[in-house]
Design a binder for this molecule. Structure first.
Ligand SMILES: CC(C)(COP(=O)(O)OP(=O)(O)OC[C@H]1O[C@@H](n2cnc3c(N)ncnc32)[C@H](O)[C@@H]1OP(=O)(O)O)[C@@H](O)C(=O)NCCC(=O)NCCSC(=O)CCS(=O)O
Ligand code: FAD
Length: 411
């Protein structure tokens, strides 16, 4: 039988534990997340009952170390879970990404004991933290962020505005990338941990997003947000390398986002495959038309190839030296998988004819859900800049004049 799971068989033997984890995730996706997915999309509401089930099953915070109450699962284990969920419900997949990667990953790796405990408690009790990087004027050019954190006495005072923050108004824990200013001097970029409801942390407008409508995308505004001194997350190499090391941690979320795209594509592929066998035209099933067979074959191969890249990137965390996926492999996996998901979901819609264009059919939702991943988490263009830089072993500055020699004559 054709193995759409990709992971079984003699080539990639998952351990017994991993296979069991994957099966548990599949059951939860089929029994709880999947049946709720259309309603979550239609009502644009956060699927709290599904999140409760994910928490109960131990999928939220599964990467938290055992000493902090988690299971110490690897990023590889986590992508197995995410793919199964996203296959039926992209929103649930994204919630598990943020419950294990991104903000919580950075805090667990770089935080003080108290910060790590705070993050662990949040995700283990079902919170999906928010990672606040993008600003209205600093999207791809994230290093041009203008949100500042000024030191005043024993506190940090944050001012600025973030945009397109996944979970705005829902997330309790926030990791905010901000420029640290002390004695009027820019010290570099740090991460600030803020909690929902703290005075000065305001949720702005919600974006009417195209897909993945069960999680709000909002502005998050810092209007003199006062945080205790111990809420600054300083990566080990200090604030001057703060942005780079926070991005090191963020590479895990890029792999997570790629996995959601993979799962959504697989869901669309499987739906189209079943439809091709069931739907008849010209007195025979669609599955007998060679042109459509080749479309399905291409879809299957692209999904399999993308999965290999996702798995390689997830596994690279164990050898990268940072504890996070390798930046190049994470970027490559996200480019290939996100573009594949756009192609495969659209092909699945085409294979359905008009039925795929109806909002009664999950394919329509999957096309919209897949569209995000070439944008969020670093656009496919920006990630290609990273890949090109690694291939050429050089910096690829994007600012005008970035390649010109400095006035001093230096390169
Ligand atoms: C990195 C960029 C913002 C471009 O900025 P610059 O050209 O100003 O800076 P660089 O010199 O390229 O980078 C500065 C510094 O950081 C290091 N770096 C950059 N990227 C990475 C990485 N992925 N991993 C590790 N280190 C990284 C880089 O090497 C430099 O260090 P050195 O000075 O050389 O030591 C831009 O390329 C970019 O990535 N833009 C995309 C921004 C982005 O990804 N935003 C995501 C927001 S969160 C989100 O979207 C959530 C959606 S989801 O569901 O996950
Ligand atoms: C659904 C969704 C969820 C998101 N969640 C979060 C979140 O939780 N937290 C967060 O911080 N951010 C989040 N984002 C924001 C996301 O990270 C940004 O949208 C992304 O980094 C791109 O920024 P931008 O939208 O401002 O596009 P811009 O940077 O304005 O780019 C516009 C276009 O120009 C291209 N471009 C720009 N610069 C270059 C260049 N140098 N070379 C080649 N092409 C270039 C881009 O690829 C793009 O096609 C989310 C976005 C979406 C859509």
């Amino acid at each position: 039988m054709y193995d759409a799971e990709g992971g079984r068989g003699p080539w990639f033997d998952l351990s017994e534990d991993q296979a069991a984890l994957q099966t548990r995730a599949r059951r939860l996706a089929e029994d709880i997340a999947g049946p709720q997915a259309a309603e979550t999309d239609r009502t644009e509401t956060y699927p709290q009952p599904v999140v409760d089930a994910l928490t109960e099953a131990g999928f939220m915070g599964q990467t938290v170390p055992v000493a902090l109450g988690g299971r110490g699962a690897s990023y590889f284990d986590t992508v197995l879970v995410i793919e199964e969920l996203a296959r039926h419900c992209g929103v649930s997949g994204r919630i598990v990404v943020e419950g294990n990667m991104g903000a919580v990953g950075a805090i667990l790796a770089y935080g003080t004991e108290a910060q790590r405990r705070l993050a662990a408690e949040h995700v283990l009790s079902g919170d999906k933290p928010a990672i606040c990087i993008t600003e209205p004027g600093a999207g791809s050019a994230a290093t041009e962020m203008t949100t500042t954190a000024r030191r005043i006495g024993d506190e940090w005072v944050l001012d600025g505005k973030k945009h397109w923050i996944t979970g705005g108004g829902i997330s309790r824990l926030h990791l905010i990338f901000a420029r640290v200013v002390e004695d009027g001097e820019d010290k570099g970029v740090g991460g600030f941990i803020a909690l929902q409801g703290e005075a000065g942390l305001k949720i702005g407008e919600r974006e009417p997003a195209m897909g993945l409508r069960g999680i709000p995308e909002t502005e998050v505004i810092f209007d003199g947000l006062r945080l205790p001194a111990d809420r600054l997350l300083t990566p080990p190499a200090g604030l001057k390398r703060g942005f780079a090391q926070l991005m090191d941690a963020y590479n895990a979320q890029r792999v997570g986002a790629a996995t959601v795209a993979l799962g959504v594509a697989r869901g669309a592929f499987e739906t189209a495959r079943a439809y091709m066998k069931a739907r008849e035209q010209f007195g025979r099933p669609l599955a007998e038309f060679q042109g459509l067979q080749w479309m399905l074959a291409d879809m299957a191969m692209k999904i399999d190839a993308a999965r290999l890249m996702v798995w390689r990137a997830a596994l690279s965390a164990e050898a990268s030296g940072t504890g996070f996926p390798d930046p190049l492999l994470a970027a490559e996996a996200k480019i290939v998988t996100s573009e594949m998901a756009v192609e495969v979901t659209n092909a699945a819609l085409q294979l359905h004819g008009a039925a795929g264009y109806s909002r009664r059919n999950p394919i329509e939702r999957m096309v919209r859900d897949a569209r995000m991943f070439t944008i969020g988490g670093g656009t496919a263009q920006m990630l290609r800049n990273l890949v090109a830089g690694r291939i050429l072993e050089m910096k690829t500055p994007q600012i005008r004049g970035g390649y010109l020699p400095r006035a001093s004559g230096g390169a």
